[in-house]
Design a binder for this molecule. Sequence first.
Ligand SMILES: Cc1cc2nc3c(=O)[nH]c(=O)nc-3n(C[C@H](O)[C@H](O)[C@H](O)COP(=O)(O)O)c2cc1C
Length: 149
Amino acid sequence: MSSFPTGVAVVTTLDTEGLPRGMTCNSVASVTLTPPTLLVSLRAGSATLEAVVAHGSFAVNLLHSGGQRTAELFAGPDPDRFSRVCWRRSPSGLPHLADAAFAVADCRVSGLLDVGDHTVVFGEVGAISHADGTPLLYGLRRFTAWPHQ
Ligand SMILES: Cc1cc2nc3c(=O)[nH]c(=O)nc-3n(C[C@H](O)[C@H](O)[C@H](O)COP(=O)(O)O)c2cc1C
């Protein structure tokens, strides 16, 4: 699948103490238009997955072309990811990456499917926010910016 380029998202949510959690994720796909549904596939044992399941909702932050450092931060070992980025709560309370994302979808967990070492999380999209920007891409194990403005 490294030969299949994708955009890059950070899936965010709140843990049982109300603290923000999040991880970089490129296994994002649209599923249905009615109801508007997407999926993300998160590794079993992930703290973010545990929080998504417990909280019952999550946000998909689509990173813009300048978001590589944020993507690396949310894929790395730093336990303090949110203290290193600009983020704010959406009206529903979900953490949004205000500087690194150009589009965000707030989702309610509508299904869970364990498949091997990952759990596929289906999310029914409630609110979306969108700003100008072009996507960060990932393929062939490299990040790159969208080539056109
Ligand atoms: C570009 C990129 C895409 C990634 N996509 C996924 C993904 O779709 N699912 C997944 O489980 N991990 C993915 N990862 C790895 C996670 O971001 C990484 O394991 C992270 O540390 C998990 O965070 P957590 O332990 O706080 O849950 C990706 C990493 C990178 C760099």
